[in-house]
Design a protein around this ligand. Sequence first.
Ligand SMILES: [Fe+2]
Ligand SMILES: [Fe+2]
Length: 202
Amino acid sequence: MEQICEPQATFTHMENGSAEDWKCIADAFGPFARELPQRIMAHLQLLEGDCGGFPVDRLTHCLQTATLAYRDGKNEEYVVCALLHDIGDTLGSYNHADVAAVLLEPFVSEANHWMIKHHAIFQGYYFFQYLGMDRNLRDQYRDHEHFARTLEFIEKYDAPAFDAEGETLPLSFFAPMIERVFAKPKKSLYQKALDQDGEAAA
Ligand SMILES: [Fe+2]
Ligand SMILES: [Fe+2]
């Protein structure tokens, strides 16, 4: 694939990178990072048409989970978490909840991150027994501060979102929410550099 990315750093080993090299990279980062919401939406679209044996396809399930949370009055950050909770189904075949949690972690509260990271274990209550597993695996978190929050997510929004007749708002409805939630990280390894960049731009 032909790459068009001028100007570029010139090092062949990072050890030899200069301030000028890293200015090239830092300058390219801003526009790339601002397109993150578009990449998130493109990745959600990959879930379309793949049912995996479920009654609705994976995109419909995600949209319906978000719709239920939205209609129930949950705030924007929560709704976006609901929308993305199964975005990892494509690449995280064995750890899909972790994939969603990692993508959301810089942008959401610790409570919402924990809820998404653990939703698969909580949801297992409905079907782990059919796979020869312990359906009560989630009980190890009974005393955790986010147990009730995660249980509510599963019971009210995730588990009921397999209804082909149920209300399913389109991805375009949620696009502005994705744009706002993914606009700026609350926490990141690069937070100091990002803050300085913001001050310089102001
Ligand atoms: Fe899931
Ligand atoms: Fe789900």
